[in-house]
Structure formats: structure tokens, C-alpha cells
Write a protein that binds this ligand. Structure first.
Ligand code: HEM
Length: 467
């Protein structure tokens, strides 16, 4: 991409237009649609608050309720804006495949833009393709195998320090572990004395997106402060990283160069690193927590996963040795179906468009709901049941529709770290089953906090014993 093509994106000249659009949108008349199209059905809820409180309280159940009430396309008012929900695989496909380029990442920008400014997921169209191509150079198969050896080392070290007990809070332990992985593999460093401050900054930036009050106080304010801490940290570390020849992801972004000589600027590297650390860290923690929970609830599956891991012995996990752990693969897929680590994705229309026969005007926020798609009885048998075999070759329920199962999203923004994330979670699970056994009480049902990405409200206590 030439500098000329790039320049308009570097300066946010359109901020005022967007501010105006945010204010104008609530007055857009959803009840009207051009001939041949239906308006989007829905309702605004309470004055000011809309349906925000029900969404925060009920999360997925609220989405299900709306789906049953209105069908796959409906609108709701929440978090200060009106949002069209594209639920179910058919509607999701229209939005994520984005054939007429109507759906932009400006949806994410509204919710997390101030905290993850110009991260890959917030870029659009040609500019996104340019950055994604460059970033892909840090995720080649060769690089991935190098990262995986290092992931194995960090995981073994970290897990060996766990002290088993009844009521062991596994979620915070996994969060620390995935942060250790991210700092080691992404930055070839440990966070040292800054660890607590940086961890808090990551947590605050992620949670800020669903703040009800978008002022520099409370949840939103903490997110802004968190962004500053992270920017300072990466900017300070950048000159040394540019000069180094280390094989971490931070260095890979600094040195990425296409055959046409395209490279990332310092700002690009800082913005991408902040987004990548977040994207890699929280999602993997949630996927591993869900897996640990379901294995704790289903000891027969835990035993089967363990048997395969023990048979593999001390062989390092690589793309080919992972193939010897088929049960772990089924269990991870099923865990991410039952708890989608990124339960919803958001876009914003940049022109009027049609969604399953409904008229969606320009400037509208549109969400797709992977978690809901994962649980629709039209596509899954007994959807709430933990049944890893539904992914086995003779059943493959995930093939019922291209967008029935989508923990990593779909379309051009599909997760760039999908292979890294999957291998990281499997590496952690492999080490855990080899060293420990764990259970959760039969009557315990973990409650996932739906206010940002799904987190276990109580830290997910398990009864952990050493083998
Ligand atoms: C289990 C782990 C993970 C899950 C479930 C997950 C899920 C997702 C999803 C659903 C998206 C699409 C968002 C959208 O379309 O709006 C996404 C995008 C992304 N993910 Fe992941 N992710 C995981 C791990 C990772 C890791 C380990 C990395 C980095 C090493 C990463 C980096 C990214 C990036 C950069 C994007 C934006 C891609 C783009 O816009 O082109 N993710 N992820």
C-alpha cells in the first residue's frame, strides 16, 4: 500500500462526523424501509438505559429471549446506542462474509476504540488487508513451531509452582499463566516489577468497553488510564526491540517487511502489540478455564484426555504430536462451543444494506452472536449437553452450517492467532492432566460474568490434587 493510500487513516479527520453520526443514529427511523424490504423489528426499552441492565444481568439468556421473540434480525437499545442483532448462522454469514462491504469495524471502534486504537481488528477494508498481510509474517508455520517450544517451557515452569488444594481458584492462575506466555513469547521478557501494573492495565482496558458511563471516571476512565500505561511501556521498549534480533512476536512485527518493502511504523507496532497482548491473553484464558471446568465436571473425559497425554510422554508438543491427542481436540472444541470466548462481534454499517430481507440503514451497529449460534437447537442436538463426540468424524455437527460454530469468528477478520491460541490451550491442558487430577462438585454450575468477555464470577474453584 502506498503512503498516499495510507495517510488518510493516520489522522482521525472523521472524528467529528462520527460523533455527529452517533448522535443522529438514535433518531433514525427504523420503522421505515424501502419498497420490497421489511423494517428491523425491535424496541428501545427504558428511557436512557434502554435494555443495558437486562443485557448485563442475563447475557446470553437475554440474547436467546430476543431471538425467540423477534427472530434472527432485531434491534435493541443498550450502552447508549441502538444495536441490530444478526443472530443465527444465516444472518451471521451475511454480516461476516460482508459481500457488499457494508459492515465495518467501526462497531468495535465505538466500544473499544479508545483502548485498542488501530489494533488489527479495528482496521477496515484495504488498510486492514495491508496490515494483516504484514502481521501474517509473524505467524508463519515456522514461527509458530518456534513459539510452541517456548510456550511448552513457560507452561511447565508455571504449572510446577501451583499448590494443589480444595477450592483452588483456577481462573486467576490461568490468567497469570497466559500472561506469562504472552510476555515471554510475544516480548521475550518478563514484566518484572511492572507486572501488577501492566496486568491491571490489560484487565481495565478489556472491561472498559461495556461501561455504562462513557466519561473519564469509573470503568471507562480506568480503561483510558490502562491504555496510557500500556502505550508508555511498549513505546519505551521499542527502540531496543527494533535493534534486537530476538525471535519473539514484538521483534517480528518490528522487522516485518513484505517483498514490496512495506513495513510497520513505530505507532503501528505499539498499537498492534497492545491489541495482540489483549487478544491472545484473555481469550486463551477463557478457553482454558472452560476446558478445565468441563473436564472437572466430566471425570471420564478427563481420564481419556490424560491417557492420551501420558502415552505421548515428554515429547514436545508440535503440530504433528498434537495429532496424537484427538480427545483433547474434541473436548476443546466442545468447551469453546459451550463457552464462546468472544461471545459477540460488532460491526457498523457504512451504507444502507439488506439483511435477510430487512432494511439496515447506514451508521447502524450490528452484532453477531457466536455464543448463541453455538447453542441453537436447529443446528445442535441437545445443545446444552457437554458432548465432545458431536465433533467426531461420524457426526460433525459443526458442519451443519458454516457459521454454526465460530469461536474464532469468520470472514476476513477471522482470528489470526487461531493456531497459536489452540496450541497454547492444548499445551496447558496437556501439562495439567499429566501432573494433576481435579473435580468440581456435581451440583456446581459456574456462572460466567457477561459484562465483557465471559469470566467465571467466582474465579472457578476446583478440587486440585497432584497425581
Ligand atoms: C482461544 C483463543 C482465541 C479465540 C477464541 C479468539 C477469537 C477471536 C475472534 C472471534 C476474532 C474475530 C473478531 C471479529 O471478527 O470481530 C479474533 C480476531 C483476532 N484475534 Fe483472536 N482469538 C484467540 C486467540 C488469539 C491469539 C492467541 C491471538 C494472537 C496471537 C489473537 C489475535 C487476534 C487478532 C489480531 C484478531 C483480529 C484479526 C483481524 O481483524 O484481521 N487471537 N479472535
Amino acid at each position: 500500500m502506498s503512503t498516499a493510500l495510507r495517510a488518510p487513516y493516520d489522522v482521525d479527520k472523521n472524528a467529528f462526523d462520527r460523533w455527529l453520526m452517533d448522535r443522529a443514529w438514535p433518531r433514525k427511523d427504523l420503522a421505515k424501509a424501502p419498497a420490497g424490504l421489511k423494517p428491523v423489528p425491535g424496541d428501545p426499552g427504558l428511557p436512557l438505559l434502554g435494555h443495558s441492565l437486562e443485557m448485563l444481568r442475563l447475557g446470553l439468556n437475554y440474547a436467546m429471549k430476543r431471538y425467540d421473540q423477534y427472530g434472527p434480525v432485531s434491534w435493541v437499545r443498550a450502552f447508549g446506542v441502538n444495536v441490530v442483532s444478526a443472530s443465527g448462522p444465516e444472518a451471521t454469514q451475511v454480516v461476516l462474509a460482508n459481500r457488499d462491504k457494508a459492515y465495518s469495524q467501526k462497531g468495535w471502534e465505538y466500544f473499544i476504540g479508545p483502548f485498542f486504537n488501530r489494533g488489527l481488528m479495528l482496521l477496515d477494508f484495504d488498510e486492514h488487508i495491508y496490515h494483516r498481510r504484514l502481521m501474517q509474517l509473524a505467524f508463519t508455520a515456522d514461527r509458530l513451531s518456534g513459539y510452541m517450544v517456548q510456550v511448552g517451557d513457560v507452561v511447565r515452569d508455571s504449572v510446577s509452582s501451583w499448590s494443589p488444594k480444595d477450592g483452588f481458584l483456577v481462573y486467576p492462575a490461568l490468567k497469570q499463566l497466559t500472561l506469562d506466555v504472552a510476555t515471554k513469547i510475544f516480548m521475550a521478557t518478563t514484566l518484572g516489577g511492572e507486572a501488577t501494573k501492566l496486568t491491571k492495565a490489560f484487565v481495565d482496558t478489556v472491561r472498559a468497553g461495556t461501561a455504562l458511563v462513557r466519561l473519564p471516571i469509573g470503568r471507562w476512565g480506568a480503561g483510558l488510564a490502562g491504555r496510557k500505561v500500556l502505550e508508555d511501556y511498549f513505546r519505551r521498549s521499542l527502540p531496543a526491540k527494533r535493534a534486537s534480533d530476538s525471535d519473539d512476536l514484538f521483534a517480528a512485527l518490528c522487522h516485518a517487511r513484505t517483498d514490496d518493502g512495506e513495513t510497520f511504523t513505530d505507532d503501528d507496532v505499539v498499537n498492534h502489540m497492545i491489541f495482540l497482548m489483549m487478544a491472545a491473553h484473555d481469550t486463551s484464558t477463557i478457553a482454558t478455564s472452560a476446558l478445565v471446568y468441563y473436564l472437572g465436571k466430566n471425570p471420564e473425559w478427563q481420564a481419556q484426555v490424560r491417557a492420551e497425554s501420558l502415552a505421548l510422554g515428554d515429547e514436545p508438543l508440535t503440530v504433528s504430536t498434537l495429532e496424537k491427542l484427538p480427545t483433547l481436540d474434541l473436548v476443546l472444541k466442545e468447551s469453546m462451543r459451550l463457552v464462546a470466548p468472544v461471545p459477540w462481534m460488532v460491526r457498523r454499517t457504512v451504507k444502507d444494506t439488506e439483511l435477510l430481507g430487512h432494511h439496515v440503514p447506514e451508521g447502524v451497529f450490528v452484532t453477531t452472536l457466536s455464543w448463541l449460534n453455538h447453542l441453537l437447537p436447529e443446528y445442535w442436538t441437545d445443545p446444552l449437553r457437554f458432548d465432545p463426540e458431536r465433533f467426531s468424524e461420524d457426526r460433525r455437527e459443526d458442519k451443519s452450517h458454516r457459521f454454526a460454530y465460530m469461536p474464532f469468528g469468520g470472514g476476513v477478520h477471522k482470528c489470526i492467532g487461531m493456531h497459536f491460541g489452540t496450541q497454547e490451550v492444548k499445551t496447558i491442558a496437556h501439562e495439567l492432566v499429566r501432573r494433576f487430577e481435579w473435580t468440581v462438585p456435581a451440583d456446581y454450575d459456574v456462572r460466567w460474568d457477561p459484562t465483557a468477555l465471559p469470566l467465571p464470577k467466582d474465579g472457578l474453584p476446583i478440587s486440585l490434587t497432584r497425581r
